[in-house]
Structures are given as structure tokens and as C-alpha cells.
Design a protein around this ligand. Structure first.
Ligand code: HEC
Length: 108
């Protein structure tokens, strides 16, 4: 009885951990981030600095990217162009894009 209970508990916590780790799909994010490259200049999926200043987003921390995009989406960050970008994204889009961008090697 105790054994079965422990097994159940173990299974339960394993699925909880998996659910929390679900960070979005980088392959999806790669497609969804296509429009971002016009301004953020991810040429050949590396970072190039565009001719006017935009923040480097490739290789950024996942949680940071999700937070920044969510803030633009909600209007907590006021920048008009990025706000328009954020508003067009769903939470799932943001997770996918952040998964893709954070998977890029910032040193390349
Ligand atoms: C029209 C040009 C343009 C496009 C398109 C664009 N961005 Fe931006 N992005 C900017 C500019 C300019 C800033 C700096 C805004 C500011 O100062 O708040 C910025 C800021 C950001 C930041 C905040 C970075 C930081 O360090 O604070 C993130 C994250 C970001 N963009 C992601 C994206 C993503 C993802 C997309 C595609 C869905 C995208 N951007 C499309 C111009 C653009």
C-alpha cells in the first residue's frame, strides 16, 4: 500500500516537473521570430548589429525574453514599435520565440 502510494507520488511529481519545464518550442519560435529579424538583425541565425541601435535578443535568457515581451504586450513597456510586436503575439508565441532566441549562441 505504502509502496503504491509512493509510486503514485513519484509519478505525480515527475509530471509536475515536466509541465513546469515546458518552455515553448524553439523550432516553432524560429518561424515565428522571422519578422523580428528585420529589426533585430539575426542574419543566418547569428547576431549582427543593425545600423541603428536595437537590443541584442539572440542568446538572451529565456525568462528575461518572456518577461520583456509580455511587458510590451501588456503595455507595461511603452516603446511603440515593440508594443505593436508584443500585442500581436500570444503567450504561446512568446514562449516559442523565447525558447528559440535563448537557444542561439550569443558568442557566435
Ligand atoms: C520595427 C522594428 C522591430 C521589430 C520588427 C521587432 N523589434 Fe524588438 N525591439 C525594437 C526596438 C527599437 C527595441 C528597443 C525598444 C525599447 O527601447 O524599449 C526592441 C526591443 C526588444 C526587446 C527588449 C530587449 C531588452 O533587452 O529590453 C525584445 C525582447 C524584443 N525587442 C524582441 C522582439 C521580437 C521577439 C520580435 C518579433 C516578434 C521583435 N522584437 C520585433 C525593434 C523591433
Amino acid at each position: 500500500m505504502t509502496r503504491a502510494l509512493l509510486l503514485l507520488l513519484a509519478l505525480f511529481s515527475a509530471t509536475t516537473v515536466l509541465a513546469q519545464d515546458a518552455k515553448g518550442d524553439p523550432a516553432e519560435g524560429r518561424l515565428k521570430a522571422y519578422t523580428c529579424t528585420g529589426c533585430h538583425g539575426i542574419t543566418g541565425w547569428k547576431n549582427a548589429y543593425p545600423s541603428y541601435h536595437v537590443p541584442r535578443i539572440g542568446g538572451q535568457n529565456y525568462d528575461y525574453l518572456v518577461a520583456a515581451l509580455t511587458e510590451y504586450k501588456k503595455g507595461e513597456r511603452k516603446h511603440p514599435t515593440m508594443r505593436a510586436q508584443g500585442e500581436s503575439l500570444s503567450d504561446a508565441d512568446i514562449a516559442d520565440i523565447a525558447a528559440f532566441l535563448s537557444s542561439l549562441n550569443s558568442a557566435e
